[in-house]
Design a protein around this ligand. Sequence first.
Ligand code: BGC
Length: 406
Amino acid sequence: MFLFGAATSSHQVEGGNHDNWSEWEEKTAEKKAESAKERKWPDYIRDMYPSPLSRENYVSGISADHYHRYEEDFDIARSLGHNAHRFSIAWSRIEPKEGKFDEKEIRHYRDVIAALRARGMEPFVTLWHWAIPVWFAEKGEWESPECVRYFSRFVKKVVSELGDDVHFWITLNEPEIYTSLSYLLGNWPPQRRSLAAYLRVLHNLIRAHKSAYEIIKKKYPNAEVGIAKNNIDFEAMGGKIMNRFLKFLGDWWWNSYFLDRISRHQDFIGLNHYFHSGINYGFEKNEKKVISDVGWEIHPESIYPVLKDLTRYEKPIYVTENGVADARDIYRESLIRETLKWVKKAKREGVDVRGYFHWSLLDNFEWADGYWPRFGLVAVDYKTLERHIRPSAFAFKKIIEKWEDS
Ligand code: BGC
């Protein structure tokens, strides 16, 4: 059976998280709101609550309060035809102090998993979706020589407590995005700008994944373990040698390097897909005819070459994220429809793709941009925390109902 669902991550929807991100938000929110004033915003974004011009937009705070409302949210997902759901476990809740595990929080995630199972939805559990405990950040996080040991201890605990009820594990979310933004470009905490640190962290994440894989498989040999990998459709324009060379570089470094290193330590490939990059003596030279609220090109056909390319690994593939920031819900339906058309084409041609998770179930806290980018199938009114199902979510439901697994 093909799996259909949506994805979320703990820091982005739960509310009340205390981690390296929440601390960084407190420090930077004021400044971000100030510099947002220099930018020209369309009215429908500027007039949102919270407005990108306000400090509240940049502090995750209570977020969508999914921590307390997950049952209601899963009822909605189920009513929309979802038979699977991807979410992440907040390391900072499970291990708020080094080596001290919080049993109450473990119970929370056990209840979350049970709530999914009770609704006939298959859980896909992410172990690390970017936010980390403050103590781990203070120890130098993924740069620390001890990082794999710290992460493994957390994974061991989670797996021993929750492993009976989980079949699909995603160890890491998008390692390249995180390392680039946090260690190379300095945009995200810990705001480092160092090529050496970037490479070190990337390699530590490779080791962290392998270790987590081994921990899970040792206890649960039948469990399926992978990562959520952000692959881009690099398109060499005009057949020029230089462009083909740059495409080779992009494919090698961005799309393949990490996966090649862990290829014997994964049972499936989780694909997060958002980007198409036209190459013409440089990256991102494509026209970007249609763009989302955050300026990203909407180009659903690009999932097809990316899926085809992944067949090299001879592993099942799950699309673990794909979505669009679209507060007016004018592009989401066609993005889903078109993307799934290309997924189906790839599948008919023999690509072993087994599921699609839309990003996201709910509007949520979009990292450094805060609340204004609206990615949800379900809109969240941040004043009342009421949920409003967007029309595209019903369209997605119809597509699910009509899907034939051929
Ligand atoms: C991340 C999500 C994020 C989404 C939209 C993905 O790269 O895994 O956390 O919200 O993209 O930017």
